[in-house]
Design a protein around this ligand. Structure first.
Ligand code: ADP
Ligand code: MG
Length: 520
C-alpha cells in the first residue's frame, strides 16, 4: 500500500481541471490527477491522448489554458522549468535534448540553474550514477553513447536537483528489455526513498509490474483511475481506447503463392564501427506470407532493412531478388517501381519530414511512377493537389489517423498517428512486397492493433510481407513464418504455429537471448 492511500495525508501533487487549448483544439480537457508521496503513478493513453501535453504543463513548458495545480497542499503556478525544478520536479524527456559534441558532464552543467565547478559536478554525477545503478562516464562524449546511456544522463541530470517527483515520458520505448529492467530497478529505488514518479508508457505489462496507480487519458480527458495490478492488460487497453482492442484476425492458412522476395547468401560489410555486418543471410517470402524476423535491437535489423530496401544497395546483384529479378544493386526508388514498399524504423526525419504537411510528405515519398500520377502534364512539375489531397484523406480514413485539421504538419501528429499514416501511405500503393522495420515501435495498443491488422490484410490480399520486430507479441500476432536475427546472422524460418518464445530465444543463439526478459 502506498503512503498516499494512508490517512488524510495531502497528495504531493494535485491537479484540478487542467486544460490546454491549441487553437480551438483541446489537447487536455479538465484533467484531475493526484500523485501521492512515494507513489509510482502511470499515465496511460493512446497516442494523441494528451499525455505529453499534460506533463509539459506540470514542468512549466506549456502554460495551461485553465485549471490549477497544487504542490504539497498549496496552489502554485509553474511558470517555467526552472520554477518546476525549484519546487522539486524533475523531467526526463521523450526526445533527448543533449549536445552530441559535448561530454556527459558538460551537458549536465548546461541544464543546471546554479554554478558548480566541472570537477564537483563530474564527481556528483558519478556518485549518483553509482548509487542509482545508472553506469555513466562523466567524461564520455554524448556522440559515442547508446540511447540507453543518453537516457541515463537525463535521469542523472534530473536527480542532481534532488527532486520529489520525477516525470518520465515514455522512457522505455527506446530501450531494450534489458535496459528497461535496469530502469525499473532505478525507479523502485527512487520510490523506496519516498520520491514519487509519474511514468508515461504504452506498455501495459510494465505498468502492471512497477506502478501503484494508473490514470488513463482518452482524447484529452481522464477516463479512469485504477490500481493497475488488479487489472488485466485487456481491461487497461479497453480504458485507453474505449472499446475492446480488436484481436488481429489471422488468415486461415499460410500463403503458398509464388516466391516474391528471395535473399541468397547476402553478406554486407559494416559501414561504420557501430554497424553490424550481415553474414550470409538467406530468406524466402511467398505471396500471402508474413515472415517475421525476431531479435533484440542492434543485431543487424537496420542493416538488413537497408539492404532489402536499397537504402544501401549491395554489390552482389543476385543476392536479393524481387519476383525473380536481381535487384541487389538497385536503389530504393527502382525497387519501389517494381512494386515493393518499405517502412523504415525511424519516423522523424527518415520516413516523414515533421515540418511538412501530410500531403507534402505523401508527394515526397511517392517516387518515379507514383509521383507521375501527382504531376500535372506539360512537365512543369506542378503537383495535382486535388489527387494528393484525395489520397491523403483516403490514407487517414483507412488507418483512422487522428489529427487536428485537414492536412496538418506531420510533426504535429502524435507518434502512433504518424506511424499509422506512414504505414497507410505504403499500403495505399498496394505493394506486392512490403518490408517494415519495427512497425509499432512506441505505438499505443489501439494504433498497434490497427497497423498489425493492415499488415495481415495486405498479406491476405496476396502480397509478401517481411516484419522486422523486437516485439514477440506482435510477431505471434501477425507471422506466418518466424526467423530470428542475432549478431548479423539469420536463422532458418519456421511456421509460426510450431514456434514458442523459448524456441525463438534458442534461435537467437542464447547470446542476446530473451531470458532476461523473463528474469523478474
Ligand atoms: P500523447 O503524448 O498522449 O501522445 P500529445 O500530448 O503529444 O499526446 O498530443 C495531444 C494532442 O495535441 C495531439 O492530437 C497533438 O496533435 C496535439 N498537439 C500537441 N502539441 C501541439 C501543438 N504544439 N500544436 C497543436 N497541436 C498539438
Ligand atoms: Mg507523448
Amino acid at each position: 500500500m502506498s503512503q498516499s492511500q494512508s490517512g488524510g495525508e495531502k497528495p504531493l501533487l494535485a491537479v484540478r481541471g487542467l486544460t490546454k487549448l491549441f487553437g480551438s483544439f483541446k489537447a487536455c480537457d479538465g484533467i484531475d490527477l493526484d500523485i501521492g508521496h512515494g507513489e509510482i503513478h502511470a499515465l496511460l493513453g493512446e497516442n494523441g491522448a494528451g499525455k505529453s501535453t499534460l506533463v509539459k504543463m506540470l514542468f512549466g513548458i506549456l502554460a495551461p489554458s485553465d485549471g490549477s495545480v497544487s504542490w504539497e497542499g498549496h496552489e502554485t503556478l509553474i511558470a517555467n522549468p526552472a520554477a518546476a525544478r525549484r519546487l522539486g520536479i524533475g523531467m526526463v524527456f521523450q526526445h533527448f535534448s543533449l549536445f552530441e559534441a559535448l561530454t556527459v558532464a558538460e551537458n549536465i552543467a548546461l541544464s543546471l540553474d546554479e554554478e558548480i565547478s566541472m570537477a564537483d559536478l563530474a564527481r556528483k554525477a558519478a556518485d549518483l550514477s553509482k548509487a542509482y545503478g545508472l553506469p555513466l562516464d562523466p567524461y564520455a562524449h554524448v556522440a559515442d553513447l547508446s540511447v540507453g546511456e543518453r537516457q541515463r544522463i537525463e535521469i542523472v541530470r534530473a536527480l542532481l536537483q534532488n527532486p520529489k517527483l520525477i516525470i518520465l515520458d515514455e522512457p522505455t520505448s527506446v530501450l531494450t528489455p534489458q535496459e528497461a529492467d535496469k530502469l525499473f530497478e532505478t525507479l523502485l529505488k527512487l520510490k523506496s526513498e519516498g520520491r514519487s514518479v509519474l511514468y508515461i508508457s504504452h506498455r501495459l505489462e510494465e505498468v502492471q509490474r512497477i506502478c501503484d496507480r494508473a490514470t488513463v487519458l482518452r482524447h484529452g480527458k481522464v477516463t479512469g483511475s485504477c490500481n493497475p495490478r488488479t487489472e488485466t492488460p485487456a481491461s487497461l487497453a479497453r480504458m485507453m481506447v474505449g472499446a475492446d482492442v480488436a484481436g488481429v484476425e489471422r488468415p486461415a492458412s499460410v500463403g503458398a503463392g509464388p516466391i516474391q522476395l528471395e535473399v541468397k547468401a547476402l553478406s554486407v560489410n559494416p559501414r561504420s564501427p557501430f554497424a553490424m555486418p550481415l553474414k550470409s543471410i538467406n530468406l524466402r517470402v511467398r505471396a500471402g506470407e508474413i515472415l517475421a524476423i525476431a531479435g533484440v535491437a542492434g543485431n543487424g535489423q537496420s542493416e538488413l532493412f537497408d539492404a532489402l530496401s536499397g537504402e544501401y544497395p549491395v554489390p552482389e546483384n543476385d543476392a536479393i531478388q524481387l519476383r525473380g529479378r536481381a535487384v541487389g544493386r538497385l536503389g530504393i526508388n527502382e525497387r519501389r517501381l517494381m512494386g515493393a514498399g518499405f517502412v523504415p524504423e525511424e519516423r522523424h526525419g527518415h520516413a516523414a519530414v515533421p515540418a511538412l504537411s501530410l500531403s507534402e510528405n505523401l508527394v515526397l515519398s511517392r517516387n518515379a511512377s507514383d509521383r507521375v500520377a501527382y504531376l500535372a502534364g506539360g512537365g512543369l512539375g506542378l503537383i495535382r493537389h486535388g489527387l494528393v489531397q484525395q489520397a491523403t484523406r483516403r490514407i487517414c480514413e483507412m488507418m483512422d489517423v487522428r489529427k487536428s485539421g485537414d492536412d496538418p504538419a506531420a510533426g504535429s501528429l502524435s507518434g502512433g498517428n504518424l506511424q499509422k499514416f506512414i504505414v497507410g501511405r505504403e499500403l495505399d500503393r498496394q505493394p506486392s512486397v512490403l518490408i517494415v522495420n519495427q512497425p509499432t515501435w512506441g505505438v499505443d495498443a489501439g494504433a498497434a492493433s490497427r497497423i498489425r491488422q493492415a499488415l495481415v490484410d495486405l498479406a491476405r490480399s496476396g502480397s509478401a510481407v517481411v516484419v522486422i520486430s523486437q516485439d514477440l507479441d506482435e510477431i505471434f500476432e501477425v507471422a506466418s513464418t518466424i526467423a530470428a536475427i542475432s549478431e548479423g546472422r539469420l536463422s532458418a524460418a519456421y511456421p509460426a504455429s510450431d514456434m514458442t518464445r523459448e524456441r525463438i530465444g534458442v534461435l537467437m543463439g542464447g547470446l542476446h537471448g530473451l531470458e532476461s526478459d523473463h528474469a523478474h
